[in-house]
Write a protein that binds this ligand. Structure first.
Ligand code: ZN
Length: 319
């Protein structure tokens, strides 16, 4: 026991010498705690030595003095430990805040922004209904259109474009691109781009392959045609549920800063869900922007042949 205490004594003494050496100096909590620890051990050594000396009177005095030092220094030690812990927590909090500030600086200003997207239109009845609802709320959305439907309802597409919505390519006939030849992929994209350009005067730069199905050939073609591949980060499976409440709840629960929400404006329940979700999220302070605007607010530049799901995903952060 004595040897153990002596070793501790020496170790603490060394630590104090290394830390500061001067008891009267203003000590960092870590050094002060080390010093208090040294005092506690020192008192224990004195007590132990007095007990072995055989002198009863001397022993009683030393033991009492030692115990007083021990209890005072133990309390001090506890207080210092608490202070060190508090200091550690504060430093950690400051460093986290600095991290957040740095992250915000480096990723831009997309917080509070969401892109809502609609596939498979335009639908002759439902899409104009949706456009009315979006107009009333001054909400900008992104539509991934089928070339075949654009050719049937070019006026709806022209209205969509004039209202400031973004228009992307969702193929001409909705095949799975991974099941068809490179040439057919090119044909599907090119014919749809031509239809959209005829209706709006503008060539799309966003491509959403049907079902999100893509492989290297698809990405290669997109790169050649100068188009970015935009998927989604929130999929409420509106085509499956056909229930406005379930779908809108899913969107409200899962959408957050930088999300891309997937819906289809060919089901009435999806239009209802979109309106419910938009109103709920706007009430929470979210702003709806087009896909290009969303990524424009971040430092993620949309590049041809690359795949985008959400801003966080593109920043390498799982959402
Ligand atoms: Zn589709």
């Amino acid at each position: 026991m004595k040897r153990f205490l002596t070793i501790l004594y020496i170790l603490c003494g060394l630590a104090v010498l290394a830390g500061c050496g001067d008891k009267n100096a203003v000590l960092e909590p870590m050094d002060a705690a080390m010093l208090a620890g040294y005092e506690v051990v020192n008192a224990a050594v004195n007590i132990s030595q007095a007990r072995q000396s055989g002198n009863v009177e001397e022993m009683a005095v030393v033991v009492e003095a030692g115990q007083q030092v021990q209890s005072a220094q133990s309390l001090r030690l506890q207080a210092l430990q608490a202070s060190i812990f508090r200091d550690f927590v504060n430093r950690r909090a400051n460093s986290l805040q600095a991290d957040i500030a740095t992250t915000n600086d480096s990723v831009g200003n997309f917080a509070g922004h969401i892109a809502i997207t609609f596939d498979d239109g335009p639908h002759p009845v439902l899409t104009p209904m949706l456009l009315d609802a979006l107009d009333e709320r001054d909400i900008k959305a992104t539509f991934f259109l089928l070339g075949r439907e654009v050719d049937r309802y070019p006026d709806i597409v022209a209205r969509m474009y004039a209202a400031g919505h973004s228009i992307g390519n969702h193929s001409y006939r909705h095949p799975r691109f991974i099941d068809i030849s490179r040439q057919r992929i090119v044909d599907e994209i090119e014919s749809t781009n031509r239809s959209i350009q005829a209706a709006t005067g503008s060539l799309p730069t966003l491509l959403r392959p049907p079902y999100g199905a893509r492989n290297n050939t698809v990405l290669d073609v997109a790169r050649d045609m100068d188009m970015s591949v935009v998927l989604w980060s929130v999929d409420p499976r509106d085509w499956d549920h056909r229930n406005a409440l379930i779908v809108s709840d899913t969107i409200v629960n899962y959408a957050s800063d930088g999300s891309v929400v997937l819906l289809h404006d060919i089901h009435e329940t999806s239009i209802e869900a979109a309106v419910l979700a938009i109103d709920a999220l706007v009430a929470r302070g979210y702003v709806f922007v087009t896909v290009e605007e969303l990524f424009g607010l971040s430092e993620v530049a949309l590049q041809a042949g690359e795949v985008y799901r959400s801003v966080y995903h593109s920043l390498g952060v799982s959402q």
